[in-house]
Ligand binder design. Structure first.
Ligand code: ZN
Length: 655
């Protein structure tokens, strides 16, 4: 474990709070110390209030902030004297504590102080750092954990037995710490939870954290328990997407909302899920909610998932009141399976990814502890819950009603440009997880959001389509919506000159590929928790064709007819299919400025006139089409299928 303190860098963070920001970020960068909002830091500052009186203030990490990206605004200023008096109380409930913390801040718009604020206050040091270092937690989670901690640290740390984080923990530390602290004390270990360091400067406290955690790592390395070797397990090569989508549907049905199911199948995930002792060692993750383990290939799912989903529901239904105790109910969100590997569940992609990241650290902890001695977690509450709850609570307070497509997955073809790219944005904006397919290599870069997956795919290659669906389901759990957008628009060509090869190429992309994708997507759309939806991006040419576009017009007309038949065939499965017929959308790859200028000149119009040559004299953009495509998948069109809607500003030939 290395110190990353850099004097030149530190100088760019002036003041006592600035230094706090800098070293907090250093801690946050190291994922073996803190993950996703875990850990917290503070600094005690004396400052003048508006009346000119000096006040001792604890600046402590606010809930909802991640140390890695924290700023000065991420620290909540709380009056120290009040915190110290609170620590003397015999008991204080979590909601009472949150109320006291919030009402004794000096900045009304600061975030809610960390639930460990009182604990920070009672430690008599200017800078206090707290992490859940993997190495320290690993040592703790063995039968002789307490002895190991004493052997490694001697009198450099005060050891606090495990208590649930919150007021009781602060109270206990207030008892033990002053009694046991000596001149050699540099930190404090909370058994099965994490470690504190402190110092007179941000640098001293940070460097002590690194040194203390390093001692635990060195101990684990000396006992050959640090390095975990995962033999690359042989993976099943058959498709998993139907089983995964079925699992997702069952969970979603039980909790009454669609969910994201993310699957990891690397050496670590498969290696752990296939261990003979996984049923024993994974029963209590030290850093994760409960989870379901399937050690045998049994038909899905029965009792396990019902119980699993029930507690998941408790978790999410708790958000309204945000009552602390209810929020602490563990939400089982991990499934281990010898074929799937590690699956994590979340209401959103971000939630599922957070659980994945935390669980991967848990796996290391469990296996290292097993290599050291034997893994033994507390039968009590998972240690991370409270601080994670901290983050969750802040998120939920901010969130309000979740976006329309939260927990749902859409696949969009031709997503690298034009209408397809605009659809990516419209669906992401509505909370969907988006899989974008395109033949161009930059498809992965269309969005940098974690809810977006871009895959290079030639839609005329059905094996490539199948692989893309497999990838989409492993990433997000299923398929709820499909936007058939990919298409080619060849230059004008009269029928008399139309070559067979050109005709065939246009029909392959605009028609045949969509048949393949619809056929492949159908079993997945049938499993969509809120029923499958398909949007076809057609063309005005379907109802009002123009000369010179025979192949294009015929392909889009045939595609529309395909959609109408599918609407008849799949209505019994609840799947809705509707088409949009846009016209004159000029902000796409096809229409360069030169082409628009040439066409305008051809009609003896200005560019502006040409772009608005419709009854409403309005310009139609990719965004307009994409927004309507997204809404077609929403509740406004819940009772519409097989419809064709023009997006053309009004055309007398269409009307
Ligand atoms: Zn903690």
């Amino acid at each position: 474990m290395q110190s990353h303190w850099n004097d030149a860098e530190a100088l760019q963070y002036p003041g006592e709070l600035g230094q706090r920001v800098y070293s907090s970020r250093l801690l946050g960068r190291d994922k073996s110390l803190v993950l996703h909002g875990g850990g917290n830091t503070s600094v005690k500052i004396c400052e003048a209030n508006i009346l000119g009186d000096a006040e001792d203030i604890l600046y402590v990490k606010g809930s909802g902030w991640d140390l890695e990206f924290i700023e000065t605004d991420g620290f909540a200023p709380v009056r120290m004297p009040h915190l110290l008096r609170l620590a003397q109380l015999p008991s204080l409930s979590d909601p009472q504590m949150v109320n006291e913390l919030r009402t004794h801040m000096t900045n009304a718009s600061a975030p809610t102080p960390s639930v460990e604020a009182i604990l920070h206050a009672i430690l008599p040091y200017k800078y206090v750092d707290h992490t859940h270092a993997d190495a320290v937690v690993t040592l703790c989670n063995t039968p002789s954990g307490a002895q190991r901690i004493r052997d490694v640290y001697g009198d450099r740390v005060v050891v606090i037995p495990y208590v649930m984080p919150g007021f009781d923990l602060a109270h206990l530390c207030g008892d033990i710490f002053p009694r046991e602290c000596t001149d050699n004390t540099q930190g404090m270990v909370l058994m099965n939870h994490g470690i504190f360091s402190f110092g007179a400067t941000a640098q001293e406290s940070y460097v002590r954290m690194i040194e203390l955690v390093d001692l635990a790592e060195v101990e684990l390395k000396a006992r050959k328990a640090w390095t975990v070797n995962w033999a690359l397990a042989a993976c099943a090569t058959h498709a998993l997407r139907f089983e995964l989508a079925t699992l997702r549907r069952e969970i979603a049905q039980t909790i009454g909302a669609p969910i994201i199911l993310h699957t990891v199948r690397d050496a670590q995930a498969l290696g752990f899920a296939r261990r003979d002792d996984v049923g024993v060692i994974a029963q209590q993750g030290p850093a994760t909610p409960d989870h379901v383990i399937r050690t045998k290939r049994v038909p899905l799912l029965g009792r396990d998932v019902a119980a699993y989903a029930e507690s998941y529901k408790t978790y999410f239904s708790a958000q309204a009141g945000a009552d602390a105790k209810t929020m602490l109910d563990p939400a089982p969100r991990v499934i281990l399976d010898p074929e799937f590997g590690l699956c994590t569940v979340g209401r959103s992609v971000q939630d599922a990814f957070i659980v994945r990241d935390i669980y991967r650290h848990s796996i290391d902890t469990v296996v290292r502890a097993t290599q050291l001695e034997r893994y033994q977690a507390l039968p009590a509450q998972d240690y991370f819950d409270v601080e994670y709850w901290d983050l969750e609570q802040a998120k939920l307070r901010k969130a309000g009603t979740p976006p329309l497509f939260t927990g749902e997955v859409v696949l969009i073809t031709g997503a690298a440009s034009g209408i397809g790219k605009a659809c990516v944005e419209s669906f992401l904006a509505r909370g969907a997880a988006v899989v974008g397919l395109d033949i161009t290599a930059n498809i992965a870069d269309v969005s940098n959001k974690s809810a977006y997956l871009g895959l290079v795919c030639d839609v005329t290659d059905s094996a490539a389509l199948e692989a893309a669906l497999e990838g989409a389901v492993q990433q997000f759990g299923g398929l709820d919506m499909l936007v058939l957008n990919a298409g080619v628009f060849p230059g004008g060509c009269a029928i008399a000159e139309l070559a067979d090869a050109e005709w065939t190429r246009v029909l392959q992309v605009n028609l045949d590929a969509n048949l393949s994708l619809l056929r492949l997507a159908y079993p997945l759309l049938k499993l969509a928790p809120r029923n499958g939806r398909v949007v076809v991006i057609g063309s005005k040419n379907v109802t009002a064709p123009g000369p010179g576009a025979a192949a294009y017009s015929a392909s889009k007309a045939a595609l529309t007819q395909l959609l109408r038949v599918a609407a008849l065939e799949w209505a019994g499965d609840g799947i809705r299919l509707n088409a949009l017929h846009p016209d004159a959308v000029f902000d796409t790859g096809i229409w360069t400025d030169e082409v628009v200028a040439a066409r305008a000149a051809h009609y003896a119009m200005s560019i502006e006139q040409y772009k608005r040559r419709n009854l409403l004299k309005t310009e139609i953009t990719s965004h307009d089409v994409a927004e309507l495509a997204a809404e077609l998948c929403g509740p406004l069109f819940a009772k519409t299928t097989g419809a064709q809607i023009p997006v053309d500003g009004g055309d007398p030939r269409v009307i």
